[in-house]
Design a protein around this ligand. Structure first.
Ligand SMILES: [Zn+2]
Ligand SMILES: [Zn+2]
Ligand SMILES: [Zn+2]
Length: 281
């Protein structure tokens, strides 16, 4: 049995058996929706899938003609979504599953993030592997005037921001909270001071969920589309920018892997970046 939940626990699900497919998707829509390097999905037949807690918090955003993307509107986690009419597929985000079936391939590598290198030996497909129903599509990247600041936006475009400073630290974080919040294999974040992020539009459309028992952990997301968004705290003087939401190329990816003790079983770290069992050193 494979069981998982969103960050706040309002939505929980389980599935049995082997998924029909399991892939890391590098399409722009997945990168934005998860605010991560890529989204990872188990394609599960509805006969093998069950909601444990469906609650009332699930919202959907239509990112293409054939695909809606579901998220928990309380905490912002991406949650499973059934395929369109006639399909019996359920798209289950793998991120919250610490233990889960192995992943077979990378898809949509033609639109992968410029700051993320694929270094493992899994199959790679520019778009879809043969025989897989085409259900996700790339979205055009919203581009803005270049003033030297890195800019980013959510999938629906309601929220946009710029980063006013260079990052003081950058990490790929594998902790279970990050994996649940973004429903992704890991998060890739850049850190600034508390004044390092300026929202250009839609700040009132950003919702923040703070994990009640955590000292600092929170997740910010667009209320309309569920994309992870930056957050900042002027008092504690830090800001966090999800690389996955950037429209501009930061030039390099994060410099370290942290909390690898908490890493998902189905993701292998195959690059040579330094790894830390817990927090940054
Ligand atoms: Zn939730
Ligand atoms: Zn995708
Ligand atoms: Zn949005």
């Amino acid at each position: 049995m494979n069981k998982a939940s969103c960050l706040c626990g309002a939505v929980a699900w389980e599935f049995t058996g082997e998924p029909k497919a399991a892939y890391h998707c590098h399409c722009t829509a997945c990168r934005k929706h998860h605010a991560a390097a890529f989204g990872t999905y188990y394609l599960v037949d509805e006969a093998n899938f069950r909601w444990v807690e469906q609650g009332t918090s699930i919202r959907k955003y239509r990112s293409s003609e054939s695909l809606e993307r579901a998220f928990c509107s309380d905490c912002g986690s991406v949650v499973p979504e059934a395929g369109e009419k006639g399909s019996t597929d359920v798209y289950v985000p793998a991120g919250p599953h610490g233990d889960g079936p192995e992943v077979q391939a990378h898809i949509f590598t033609g639109s992968k993030a410029p700051w993320y290198d694929i270094t493992d030996g899994l199959e790679q497909h520019e778009q879809f592997p043969d025989g897989m129903e085409q259900a996700v599509y790339d979205t055009p990247e919203p581009r803005t005037e270049d003033n030297g600041h890195l800019r980013g936006s959510c999938l629906c475009g309601a929220v946009a921001y710029e980063v006013l400073e260079s990052f003081s630290a950058t990490y790929h974080c594998h902790c279970s909270r990050c994996r649940k919040a973004r429903a992704a294999a890991f998060t890739s974040n850049g850190f600034t001071s508390g004044k390092g992020i300026r929202f250009l539009r839609g700040y009132d459309n950003v919702r923040r969920y703070a994990v009640p028992e955590a000292e600092l952990f929170a997740h910010a997301f667009c209320k309309t589309c569920g994309s992870g968004m930056p957050r900042f705290d002027e008092e504690k003087d830090f800001g966090v920018v999800p690389f996955g939401s950037l429209d501009d190329d930061p030039g390099a990816g994060p410099a370290q892997h942290i909390f690898v003790g908490d890493k998902a079983s189905w993701y292998d770290i195959t690059d040579d970046l330094p790894q830390f069992e817990q927090g940054p050193q």
